[in-house]
Design a protein around this ligand. Sequence first.
Ligand SMILES: NS(=O)(=O)c1ccc(C(=O)O)c(S(=O)(=O)NCCc2ccccc2)c1
Ligand SMILES: [Zn+2]
Length: 279
Amino acid sequence: AHGWGYLTTNGPEKWAEDFPVANGPRQSPINIVPREAQYDSSLKALKLKYDPSNAKGILNNGHSFQVDFVDDTDSSTLTGGPITGTYRLKQFHFHWGASDDRGSEHTVNGIKFPCELHLVHWNTKYPSFGEAASQPDGLAVVGVFLKIGAANPRLQKVLDALDAIKTKGKQTTFANFDATTLLPASLHYWTYDGSLTTPPLLESVTWIVLKEPISVSPAQVLTLIPRLLLSLLYHDKKGKMVMFRSLLFTGEGDAPCCMVDNYRPPQPLKGRLVRASFR
Ligand SMILES: NS(=O)(=O)c1ccc(C(=O)O)c(S(=O)(=O)NCCc2ccccc2)c1
Ligand SMILES: [Zn+2]
């Protein structure tokens, strides 16, 4: 049987067949309506402390690429914000579109960004990530929108590594990456109780979506094309912005299938409250 994916044959509209929680009460992503979010003055500031030496490797997992972190100590953690206790960084990954009018999972007033970064953390009150992933307060994911704009030299290191992981299952070392460089200046956020946005869609995620996007410039990416030849943002001849092209969902030897549009659309709020850390 084919696994889940993002094609019409195995995409988000089909996931409930194998993962019935897809129709659960706290599914992600959602459309965020800032005017309907409730400012909560008791929400603390986010504290993200990442140790660059914890970066382990970068992997094409067949539905995105992820940078994995060593998570056997509290050296890369999320504290404060809407959560209590200490959550450890496990990995970060991206969702993007085949064109610049789509790609993000969360939307703001119905607006899609071309890309969204997810930094996945797990609650250290549980013995492992796998254990935490099945608990209602087990995971916390920080979502950061990407928009096309000024250059972002730090993202380049991630893009550079992609040509070594073109096909599913490929991975390469990726040391000394400071994930805090991927964060915007303001850590103002919206937060709500949700789920993983890919199967197994576990309802164990406290979502923390930053209001301020980070930007990456087309020019910056154009300089990468010769070296990357793979996942990149570039203006095609029609001037349309194209994102993270041609990473492949498929493994070596399979008929190549472009890894694009790897995002789940917004899910019903089902009465949930979205809180804002800012007025
Ligand atoms: N968009 S999201 O942040 O919800 C997300 C997407 C993909 C993954 C993943 O592992 O592939 C993850 S993960 O790193 O949290 N792993 C979830 C799958 C998993 C569950 C339980 C044990 C191992 C892996 C999260
Ligand atoms: Zn994600």
